[in-house]
Ligand binder design. Structure first.
Ligand code: ZN
Ligand code: ZN
Length: 355
């Protein structure tokens, strides 16, 4: 395959939306993307999903400003480096939360790059392993990425709905697979938001009996529509007490501290509660772990191996996120609504007509 079709492989000016300082707001900004390396592809970004991490990085986690967030991308390949094997100009591809890793540690060799011992390179606000520059994310008109960290968009999946699969999707799919969720298993999903709504769809399609836990009676009907077999109102002590020793696995998407004891008590012997939200602290009674030999665990997003597996699964079961598509000009309003939990269930920015 030949080199860049333009024959003019130089760094390119990239239009973006960035937080110029901590706390935002997001405003138009431009910067230079690197020239293509041997195995790089250039991707014109068409859809970019809005993740809580975007907001956290703008407010607390961010290391260097201006900062361009965004790590749930769907776009079209517009140029390829001389050594690219798997993609060609015109292909529809996806880019997620990581864009490089050491590639030689045990995790990397097993395509679990998110657990790289040397820490993976994040899609935005990370440091490029070759030239040390700051990575800039998906709220931009194009992205340059090593083909190893790009994925073919499966045929038939709606590109806007597919974008959130690359963070919200893989973050929930990976632990559901790791803890062997499937037929004959009873699985609980705590929190029906961006992550939780995909977790319900996945667990149902995997063949498990799915129980959604929510604090909001309003969300009960929605959870059933998403595929939950039952909904338990977690604020109802009586309903919670009735769940004791019922669950093979509980996937917890809550990011704030909350009393975990009623959920730990709901686990069967040897069962696990996996917390994805990473609150500052856990609020639980350790005795509940001894009773029932239960575990509390967590999980990263996913590596290239399980991301490819998830995309094949989504194609087979026609699973995408339920999204509200917005224009880039609405991004600050969207961030505010995400913080209020006011979205069903993920915002996706449509950049198909340019920025
Ligand atoms: Zn994310
Ligand atoms: Zn590694």
């Amino acid at each position: 395959m030949s080199s860049v079709p333009t024959g003019n492989n130089l760094p390119t000016i990239t239009k973006a939306y960035a937080a110029l300082q901590r706390g935002g707001p997001m405003v138009p900004w431009t910067f230079e993307r690197r020239a293509l390396r041997e195995r790089d592809i250039s991707v014109k970004i068409l859809f970019s999903g809005v993740c809580h991490s975007d907001i956290h990085s703008m407010n607390h986690w961010g290391q260097e400003f201006p900062l361009v967030p965004g790590h749930e991308m769907v776009g079209e390949v517009t140029a390829v480096g001389a050594g690219v094997k798997h993609f060609a100009v015109g292909d529809m591809v996806m880019i997620g939360t990581i864009v490089d890793a050491c590639r030689h540690c045990e995790a990397c060799k097993a395509e679990k790059e998110v657990y790289c011992r040397e820490y993976p390179t994040l899609t935005f606000d990370g440091l490029d392993r070759v030239d040390g520059t700051r990575t800039r994310g998906g709220y931009s008109d194009h992205y340059v990425v090593d083909e190893h960290f790009a994925y073919a968009l499966p045929h038939g999946l709606d590109p806007a709905g597919a974008a959130p699969l690359l963070c919200a999707g893989i973050t929930t799919f990976s632990p559901l697979r790791h803890w062997n969720v499937g037929p004959g298993k009873t699985v609980g999903i705590i929190g029906i938001g961006g992550l939780g709504h995909l977790a319900v769809k996945f667990a149902r399609a995997m063949g498990a009996h799915v129980v959604a836990f929510t604090t909001s009676p309003k969300k009960a009907e929605q959870a059933l529509k998403l595929g939950a077999h039952e909904v338990v109102l977690s604020t109802d002590a009586e309903q919670m007490a009735a769940q004791a020793y019922r669950f093979d696995f509980i996937l917890d998407t809550v990011s704030s501290r909350y009393p975990m004891d009623p959920f730990l008590a709901a686990l069967k012997l040897d069962a696990t509660l996996c917390s994805l939200g990473i609150p500052d602290q856990f609020d639980f009674s350790p005795m509940l772990l001894a009773m029932g030999r239960r575990s509390i665990a967590s999980s990263g997003s996913g590596g290239t191996g399980d991301t490819k597996e998830m995309l094949a699964f989504c194609a087979e079961h026609n699973i995408v996120a339920d999204v509200e598509v917005i224009a880039m000009a609405q991004i600050n309003e969207a961030f505010a609504r995400v913080e209020q939990g006011d979205v069903h269930y993920r915002f996706v920015v449509d950049m198909s007509k340019g920025l």
